[in-house]
Design a protein around this ligand. Structure first.
Ligand code: 13P
Ligand code: SF4
Length: 299
């Protein structure tokens, strides 16, 4: 299957992008593997005819919006991020009526329709930098309450109103699970994703996006780490650091939607080109603005 995929990539001038949470087999055949911010930048500047996005729907959608001339395919179009939908209808309008100078800051893990109503997008690796750079004092941060709270703790000069959405995978990791793995490996620092609950962030040593956690490990002289995020990052961590050890809370945090990016599904979509991402033209035009502003401010 891998050989066929590599051959089809050449024949069709296709490029494969994979998030760190995609299965190892998808990361192995991908041309680019990274966090949400990196993959959005790659998608925007891709000159390939076809972009195969091994991620979840908001990622495929963002690639299509940023590079509308390309055919964007997803190995499984049902791969979705539940958090992307977690803003109640009318919430944004209500908040805009309440605060005159409001900026709606939208985590990229959101539907294109939510992006359309927002002023700027962010990812977990640039949210603090972008919120700080905005001229607005009042910020409505959607949809993730945990990333929102984390940003609020780092940017106290702003009034950050937090929505109630959450990642079901990260938010379900409990403090007991994290303390248990720490008790088993007391010398290993805890590296955590900001989508986790604040009480877990409080006892952690480093908070960062998937790419930032991976960079931290690469630059650390230590040889063992507790990784508090989705366990797809294990592939990159082990490949790059064969002598280092990685421990996860039990059960391992696992995003079932990301795991739909199997080799079978990648091969099938590359052969048939049947699972294409389409975004309504007007929605795409309006969602492009906050995405592009993120790329500008996040540079
Ligand atoms: P990052 O890619 O920014 O680390 O975000 C993690 C995530 O949940 C993507 O769905
Ligand atoms: Fe969404 Fe969480 Fe899966 Fe990321 S890990 S895609 S935030 S459900």
């Amino acid at each position: 299957m891998k050989e066929k995929i590599l051959q089809l990539k050449k024949e069709k001038n296709a490029v494969i992008l994979a998030h760190y949470y995609a299965p190892a087999e998808a990361q192995e055949v991908a041309d680019y593997v990274g966090d949400s911010f990196y993959l959005a930048k790659i998608a925007k500047k891709s000159t390939a005819d076809i972009i195969v996005f091994c991620g979840v729907s908001f990622m495929g959608e963002s690639a299509k919006i940023l590079n509308p001339g390309k055919k964007v395919l997803m190995p499984d179009l049902t791969a979705d991020c539940p958090m992307a939908h977690m803003v109640k209808p009318g919430q944004i309008q209500k908040m805009r009526e309440k605060y005159e100078d409001l900026a709606v800051v939208c985590y990229i893990n959101s539907t294109a329709e939510l992006k359309c109503q927002s002023d700027v997008c962010v990812t977990s690796s640039n949210a603090i930098k972008i919120v700080r750079a905005l001229p607005n004092i009042n910020i409505f941060f959607i949809p993730d309450r945990n990333l929102g709270r984390y940003v609020a703790s780092q940017v106290p000069e702003k009034n950050i109103i937090i929505n109630s959405g959450y990642c079901p995978i990260h938010a379900s990791i409990t403090i007991e699970q994290l303390k248990k793995v720490k008790a088993e490996h007391p010398n290993a620092p805890i590296l955590i994703h900001p989508e986790c609950e604040p009480e877990l962030l409080e006892i952690s040593d480093y908070i960062g996006s998937t790419a930032e956690i991976i960079d931290y490990v690469a630059n650390s002289p230590l040889d063992e780490f507790i990784i508090c995020t989705e366990d797809g990052v294990d592939y990159k961590l082990i490949t790059d650091n064969p002598r280092k050890k990685f421990y996860y809370p039990n059960p391992h945090p696992c995003c079932a939607d990301m795991k739909l990016n199997t080799l079978e599904n990648i091969l099938s979509v590359m052969e048939k080109e049947d699972k294409e991402v389409f975004v309504d033209e007007e929605v795409a035009r309006n969602a492009w603005k906050p995405l592009d502003r993120m790329l500008e401010l996040g540079r």
